[in-house]
Design a protein around this ligand. Sequence first.
Ligand code: GLN
Length: 212
Amino acid sequence: APRIGVLALQGDVREHLAVLGGLGADATPVRRPAELAGVDGLVLPGGESTTMTKLAVRTGLFGPLRDAVGSGLPVYGTCAGLVLLARRLIDAPPDQPTLGVLDVTVRRNAFGRQAESFEAPVAVGGVPGGPVTAVFIRAPWVESAGPGVEVLGRVEDGPAAGRAVAVRQGDVLATSFHPELTGDDRVHRLFVDLVRERRASTLRDDEPSGGG
Ligand code: GLN
């Protein structure tokens, strides 16, 4: 089974571990640099990105995290996790560092006070079976995205209609919303499949060529 870590400094870690475990992954919390070694993929949970970032810096995990995702470790960020992945932030503390592997500008707390928390159907590219129920909690959105970024899903109705809330850039997947809270494992399945494919191709590349 693919080994998938969940950054476990703060946020809804247990929910992600449960969904990943249900999909047959070997799901494991990551709190220390040593726990990053040997994972085939990583989930950055929802929570509070400023707190998560401070804790990662304080525990010495921030640098190893940036190295790991920067060298191609598949990663899926939900909500605060999307903020952590973004290259550029709007409405964040000016000194808040990010992992910077997703070529997007993310606006934190983008939906405003009236919409602290709500649900809406979002059709997500690569997820079969109709729209998912997207749960937004003080959610960010993707304000703009570079050419290498594929927008997989947008808000369909209301004042935020058209805003990008699910994106992918190679092996980096991110959503503004929280599929781990809905009992619907289809978005996580997309990520687990991506990790499995990456792992299979890495193992193939490691085989000695022409060997018997
Ligand atoms: N507003 C939070 C942040 O910017 C994200 C909220 C969430 O993860 N539910 O970190």
